[in-house]
Design a protein around this ligand. Structure first.
Ligand code: BTN
Length: 252
């Protein structure tokens, strides 16, 4: 069993900090399954040796960037779970806006469906949502987030960047604290009033909204007009005279 460097509290969150891990998501999942961590506990690492992205991709995780996973036990029906990554993107967007404003940095910060954040068209962060389901109920969700602060991979599918590229130097833990304040506020709104308000904030900063997009849906390529999101967070695309609802895909 790897020992955490230290454990500290910020607002309602308990943060277990490690210097090195395979993956914060993997450890958070294992500990939550074994009932060693619960709602609002966070696994944070300085670096990851086997950082994971969506679709089993690798997430390069050298020292200098931010890697953390939040354990959540939301009271929500299963089909609404993917909304959590949209909420996290909105929180991340507000976080970076606040930090940039404070540092007098101006840039275009957009949400790329479903869960990427782009600064001046470069991918800055990634979100990996994993959950344990038991009899149609969600036991727990692991919301894993990586933010490129000091470096970014040069071989990424979508062009990547990091905060330092924009002249922003910030400690990972400082960024984490700003994020947690934004996230906790939005999470509460979501639990009490649903996704509607958050959807509007997500759309205000949506990448390619009302423009032609190409979507990779499994083996299929769909082209059409990006018309927004439905109330569950699915993407709406108008193609071949038909409005389609997409729940799992990637904008190319
Ligand atoms: C993606 O864009 O493909 C998602 C990347 C998610 C990376 C984060 S880093 C912290 C957490 N631990 C992991 O192994 N992955 C997520």
């Amino acid at each position: 069993m790897i020992k955490s460097k230290k454990t500290w509290q910020f607002e309602q969150y308990i943060i277990h900090e490690y210097s090195e891990l395979d993956s914060t998501n993997s450890l958070a999942f294992e500990l939550a399954e074994n009932k060693k961590v619960f709602n609002n506990e966070i696994i944070l690492a300085d670096k990851q040796n086997k950082g994971r992205g969506r679709k089993d991709r690798q997430w390069q995780s050298p020292i200098g960037n931010l890697y953390f996973s939040i354990v959540l036990q939301p009271k929500i029906i299963l089909k609404k779970l993917p909304q959590l990554s949209l909420i996290a993107v909105v929180a991340l967007n507000l976080t970076i806006k606040k930090i940039f404003l404070h540092n007098k940095i101006s840039a275009q910060i957009l949400n790329k469906w479903p869960n990427d954040l782009l600064i001046n068209q470069k991918k800055i962060s990634g979100i990996l949502l994993e959950s344990k389901i038991n009899n149609e109920n969600c036991d727990f969700v692991i919301l894993g987030i990586g933010v490129n602060i000091a470096s970014s991979p040069d071989n990424a599918l979508f062009k990547a960047g990091c905060l330092v590229d924009f002249g922003c130097q910030i400690e990972g833990q400082e960024l984490l604290k700003v994020f947690l304040k934004e996230f906790s506020n939005l999470y509460q709104i979501w639990q009490n009033f649903g996704f509607k308000n958050i959807k509007s904030i997500w759309l205000e900063n949506a990448y390619l909204l009302n423009q032609e997009i190409s979507l990779n849906v499994g083996q299929l390529l769909i082209k059409g007009l990006f018309q927004g999101l439905d109330d569950d967070g699915n993407l709406l695309i108008f193609d071949d005279q038909e409005l389609r609802k997409i729940n799992f895909a990637e904008i190319l």
